[in-house]
Design a protein around this ligand. Structure first.
Ligand SMILES: [Fe+2]
Length: 278
């Protein structure tokens, strides 16, 4: 397993990338080669197992189309997406924590005026969401673009329902002068990540849960601030401890309590990291 020939091979492969002009690409390739070869040598990987791995990755690629992104799902269940978020999140305390983007965002969703309905026919328990956006200095962030998306009462995103006449459960809002935004929707519920593809087979083979705790996705873009990609999770969800994509952060858990009128409401304040003045 640790024969000298494999050391020479590793060095030969590493050297083959040594003239890469882009220094960052050179660094990444060198590390990739080192870890990939280390993985093969540590496990004593057989040719048959390597071929099974290649067939698995081929199936992941073949499962992707313009609506289904199995590679993001694979990255998510391996914790790679969350690790990338973790190594990049160097924000001051008090800023809202980031989490995984997930595979169900659609760029260019409809613009929704504050007070509008993002459900657009998606079934579920009605609710109202009141959000605010301020920065790490405590100032409200006006005119921030707030992109929200979520599943319906069956735990499905609109893109998982072929033939829908219009988008459901997603929209793009803008904060007002006080940094506020608000909309009506339905209360999110837990859902299993898609298990009908190779990632589902991986979870099944390792006896892992496919169920994500209920959540609302939020992306906030504002000039002069770091873009925030996060979720708001629903308190009390039985899947908070076993999220298959490792996205839960305690600071992102909130409740959707009933108001005096009996309607459920989520109130959540988002804090962006303001860039240092140039
Ligand atoms: Fe989601």
């Amino acid at each position: 397993m640790n024969n000298p020939g494999s050391d020479a091979l590793l060095q030969q492969v590493a050297d083959s990338f040594a003239a890469t002009p882009d220094p960052r690409l050179r660094e990444i390739l060198a590390s990739l080669v080192r870890h990939l070869h280390g993985f093969i040598r540590e496990t004593g990987l057989t040719e048959r197992e390597w071929m099974q791995g290649i067939e698995f990755l081929t199936a992941v690629g073949q499962t992707c189309d313009d609506k289904r992104q199995e590679f993001i799902l694979l990255s998510d269940v391996l914790g790679a997406s969350m690790q990338v978020v973790a190594v990049q999140s160097e924000r001051p305390a008090g800023c809202t924590e980031s989490t995984v983007f997930g595979p169900f965002h659609v760029e260019g969703a409809s613009r929704i005026a504050n007070g509008g309905d993002i459900a657009n026919g998606a079934r579920g328990e009605p609710c109202t969401v009141f959000g605010s956006v301020r920065n790490s200095d405590g100032d409200p962030v006006a005119d921030a673009e707030v992109d929200v998306w979520q599943s319906d009462d069956d735990g499905l995103y609109d893109v998982q329902r072929p033939g829908l006449p219009a988008a459901q459960g997603r929209g793009v809002l803008r904060t007002d002068a006080q940094g506020r935004f608000w909309f009506t929707s339905v209360v999110p519920v837990p859902y299993p990540i898609p298990t009908d593809g190779p990632v589902g087979r991986l979870l099944d083979a390792s006896r892992r849960s496919a169920w994500r705790p209920a959540h609302l996705h939020v992306r906030i873009v504002a000039p002069g601030h770091d873009t925030l990609i996060t979720h708001v999770f629903r308190a009390g969800d039985p899947h908070l401890e076993s999220d298959p994509v490792f996205g839960v952060r305690p600071s992102l858990v909130s409740s959707w309590p009933g108001s005096a009128e009996g309607r459920r409401e989520l109130r959540f304040d988002f804090v962006l990291h303001r860039h240092e003045a140039p």
